[in-house]
Ligand binder design. Structure first.
Ligand code: GLA
Length: 383
């Protein structure tokens, strides 16, 4: 829903004195499954977002209405519980809970929200909802909180209230994204740098249409395997605390300490960290070919070593990689379905979308969605 139709709708329901906030979804260009290993990521916020309107109330009651999901949900800020009947509401509840726990005294209000980030597609619709909620409730209570702090609070809400052990990338880029830029984020220090998306290239997102329930369990298994790898490597490398500290050469030298599967998981992470830094150097030098090659390499590593791809993602990536004007393509997000990202020469982007969709349909029987995206600004109030 565009902002003017959303505004019309919420003003009709909540009155003139509503305030509207927004927070975007994201596409990760490269640096997959590195954030929870203290590593590097290179995401961009996209032009799909959650819009959230709040009408303040004197008391501590919050009512939530979604324009996209059935039903509504309400709670008191003095006692925020989990709502099993309206699972979508737990992203907002969790954020309010964590903010209150952190000492922010929030104001109640009536909330209506809507979004066009596809759900469960690996484009961080949940992070967008969390960051929109935190931004709205903090601003309504007149707190000035940095984007980093907002991201950390939202991650905590997802880890502790919703129960997903995600890293920091999605909330960080939703809070701090910049128009026409990706962010190189060091997920250990949380230092970051904006890197311009090269003029003349487009990030094209392809949604495979595949949604698999195993994302959470497989995600947690991968995290545990990375932790196991660190614990075993510490016998030889006592100074390390995360895979971030291990170079590809060190991993090879101590490969015999690791079970085969754990070794391959670690190899993905340590080579992916190196690829992110190479990709950023290429992006800053305007070397789209090298940048695209790193995307292709990342996909191979996610498919073969980290084993988080699936036949549909592989099919779409292979179709994308053979189109004219494509520098590189890979799966993006946690995996097991969801989306691919392709770096495409701007002049070829429309033709790319028109070619990939039918070829993917023919290969899989599924109808994909293709979005030519623009790197967008992070969360804030809509004037
Ligand atoms: C999900 C998580 C992120 C990150 C990616 C994989 O999107 O929320 O923290 O781990 O998967 O790179």
């Amino acid at each position: 829903m565009d902002i003017e139709s959303f505004r019309g709708r919420v003003v009709a329901e909540l009155g003139d004195d509503v305030r509207i906030f927004r927070a975007p979804g994201r596409v990760n260009i490269i640096g997959e499954h590195t954030d929870y290993n203290d590593g590097f990521v290179l995401p961009a916020a996209i032009d799909r977002e959650v819009l959230l309107a709040v009408h303040p109330r004197g008391q501590r009651l919050v009512t939530l209405t979604s324009l996209d999901f059935e039903g509504s949900s309400s709670f008191s800020l003095d006692e925020i519980g989990y709502d099993a009947e309206q699972p979508w509401s737990n992203y907002l509840r969790g954020v309010c809970y964590v903010l209150e726990e952190a000492g922010y005294h929030l104001r109640g209000g009536d909330v209506i929200f809507s979004g066009d980030v596809p759900i469960g597609a690996g484009l961080s619709s949940s992070a967008a909802l969390e960051v929109a909620t935190a931004t709205a409730f903090l601003q309504m209570a007149e707190y000035e909180v940095s984007g980093k702090e907002v991201a950390l609070l939202c991650q905590r809400a997802e880890n502790e209230f919703v129960g997903t052990r995600c890293g920091i990338m999605d909330q960080f880029i939703s809070a701090l994204g910049q128009q026409d830029h990706a962010l190189l984020i060091d997920c250990r220090s949380l230092d970051y740098r904006a890197v311009p998306v090269p003029a003349g290239a487009k990030l094209v997102i392809g949604d495979t249409g595949v949604r698999r329930g195993l994302v959470t369990s497989e995600y947690n298994t991968r995290r545990a395997q990375c932790e196991e790898g660190v614990a075993l490597l510490q016998h030889a490398l006592p100074g390390i605390t995360a895979l971030r500290d291990v170079t590809p050469a060190q991993l090879e030298a101590h490969r015999d300490l690791l079970p085969e599967a754990v070794y391959r998981r670690c190899r993905h992470v340590v080579t992916e960290n190196a690829r992110v830094l190479q990709a950023v150097a290429a992006m800053e030098a305007g070397d789209l070919r090298t940048l695209g090659q790193r995307l292709n390499d990342s996909h191979t590593s996610l498919r073969d070593d980290y084993e988080v791809s699936c036949p549909e993602l592989n099919a779409m990536v292979e179709i994308a990689q053979r189109q004219p004007g494509v520098y590189g393509a890979r799966m993006t997000g946690a995996g097991f379905g969801g989306c691919t990202v392709s770096l495409v020469d701007e002049a070829h982007a429309e033709a790319f979308a028109a070619e990939v969709a039918p070829a993917y349909r023919e290969a899989t029987g599924l109808t994909p969605q293709i979005y030519i995206s623009t790197a967008s600004a992070g969360a804030g109030e809509v004037e």
